[in-house]
Design a protein around this ligand. Structure first.
Ligand code: FE
Length: 185
């Protein structure tokens, strides 16, 4: 029997070590690179620290749950944002877990409210969109805007879309140790 991880940060580092080198569905970066790039773009945007942590961990749902690694095999949506935010809510304040929960709806929200958004999606993201339900209807847009963290979720979504750059140099996971620990519960 293995001992429990010493801290949430250790737990996260172990998860990335175990699963993070896998390809980010249909993209030319790994899961770890994608996470680091999303956090990097959040930092460039001078985002508040809790949102940098949310960007870093927005796809943790893909790493804690087994899902097909080839998006062509996705016959149902794995709802990684629900799995991830549930995992995060047990360890972090809502400022971190809530934008993660809403980052996939945020894609559908942006498609309904920003005419230029579709052009920013990668081919893989266009494929998953069909499983995720397509653009929001007007009543869904109105409901989404009642979410306390919807604006933060939209920001995370943009960094998520940006974080697919082959070979981009970023900080490494351990550089975020102090930041992560700031928002654990
Ligand atoms: Fe992502």
């Amino acid at each position: 029997m293995s001992a429990a991880p010493a801290s949430v940060t250790d737990e996260i580092l172990a998860i990335f070590q175990r699963r993070g080198s896998g390809a980010y569905f249909g993209e030319s970066v790994s899961m770890t690179e994608h996470a680091l790039q999303a956090a990097y773009f959040a930092q460039i945007a001078a985002a508040p620290p809790e949102l940098i942590v949310a960007a870093l961990l927005h796809d943790i749902g893909h790493l804690v749950e087994d899902v097909p690694s080839d998006i062509a095999d996705w016959t149902v949506d794995a709802h990684h944002e629900v799995i991830g935010s549930h995992w995060l809510a047990q360890r972090f304040r809502p400022e971190v877990s809530e934008p993660v929960r809403l980052h996939v709806p945020a894609k559908r929200y942006l498609l309904a409210t920003d005419a230029k958004y579709f052009a920013k999606l990668s081919p893989a993201s266009v494929i998953t969109l069909k499983l995720q339900g397509g653009p929001m209807a007007a009543h869904e847009v109105a409901k989404f805007e009642t979410e306390r963290f919807y604006k933060e979720a939209v920001r995370v979504r943009h960094w998520d879309d940006q974080g697919k750059v082959t070979g981009l140099k970023t900080p490494v996971l351990t550089d975020y140790r102090t930041l992560i620990e700031q928002f654990t519960i």
